[in-house]
Design a protein around this ligand. Structure first.
Ligand code: SAM
Length: 237
């Protein structure tokens, strides 16, 4: 379904992943996030290289299940279990419906990702999710994920990022708005979404992400993909 949530909204409230957003989510994310399709394709490649037999794969903030699907369809290892997690019951229902006839060995659970125990993991994905977690809770969450990963396992994070260099920030922001315009969003929709999401989506810069991985104990990490102000990071235990 096409995303026209912000085409006529007057009373703006903070953005939530409710039933209205679930219906248009796939269209919204593709038209709003430059490089989204490549982020998913990279996760398909990464699972082939870093997945391990007899381990769990976690998809945190699974939404409608695109990442779980990429993990399941590209997996070339044996006896893996995919655990898709979201705290929006509407997303969880949609995710289950999307995955049920496409992949096996998965669970979709409705819980806060901060309340999970990670165990026997070789792949953990936070695709466009960490940015919605309160900043103070981010390092403890990455620490917990690190503890639950097996040696050689990986954490993949994709996020909207900001730049400390003002010119770079202004120019990438302009290009991102152009990307949305090119995908059919009006000026009103762009402005309304921005206002609705600005208290909810808090960005970090690249160095903050890399520093968090280091603090948690990851052996190495790097940005493996970037399109404008969206970046994907790979951290290896
Ligand atoms: C932008 S979407 C993620 C998109 C998805 N990973 C993908 O690549 O298609 C963010 C998701 O994180 C979920 N979320 C936000 N905070 C959460 C939390 N504390 N625990 C669990 N899920 C959370 C939201 O409900 C939403 O579905």
């Amino acid at each position: 379904m096409r995303d026209d949530i912000f085409s006529s909204k007057i009373d703006l409230v903070d953005f939530t992943f409710d039933a209205q957003v679930v219906d248009v989510f796939d269209d919204m994310v593709r038209r709003s996030v430059p490089g989204y399709q490549t982020m998913i394709e990279m996760i398909g490649l990464i699972v082939k290289t870093y997945g391990q037999n007899n381990t769990n794969y976690y998809d945190l903030g699974a939404s409608t299940g695109a990442i779980s699907l990429a993990l399941g369809l590209n997996n070339n290892h044996q006896n893996n279990h995919i655990i898709a997690v979201d705290n929006s019951i509407d997303m969880v229902k949609k995710c289950k419906a999307n995955l049920i006839d496409k992949i096996t060995n998965f669970d979709v659970i409705c819980v806060d990702i901060n309340d999970i125990c990670f165990e026997n993991a070789s792949i953990v994905v936070l695709n466009l999710t960490l940015q919605f977690i309160p900043v103070k809770q981010r390092q403890p969450l990455i620490d917990k994920i690190y503890e639950g990963l097996n040696p050689g396992g990986v954490l993949i994070i994709s996020e909207k990022i900001h730049f400390d260099n003002e010119k770079k920030q202004v120019e990438t922001t302009k290009l991102h708005l152009d990307f949305k315009r090119a995908n059919g969003y009006s000026e009103l929709e762009i402005a309304a979404k921005r206002q609705s999401i600005e208290n909810v989506l808090i960005t970090d810069n690249t160095q903050t992400h890399l520093d968090r991985f280091k603090t948690a104990g990851f052996s190495h990490s790097f940005c493996h993909f970037q399109c404008l102000n969206f970046a994907s990071f790979l951290a290896v235990k």
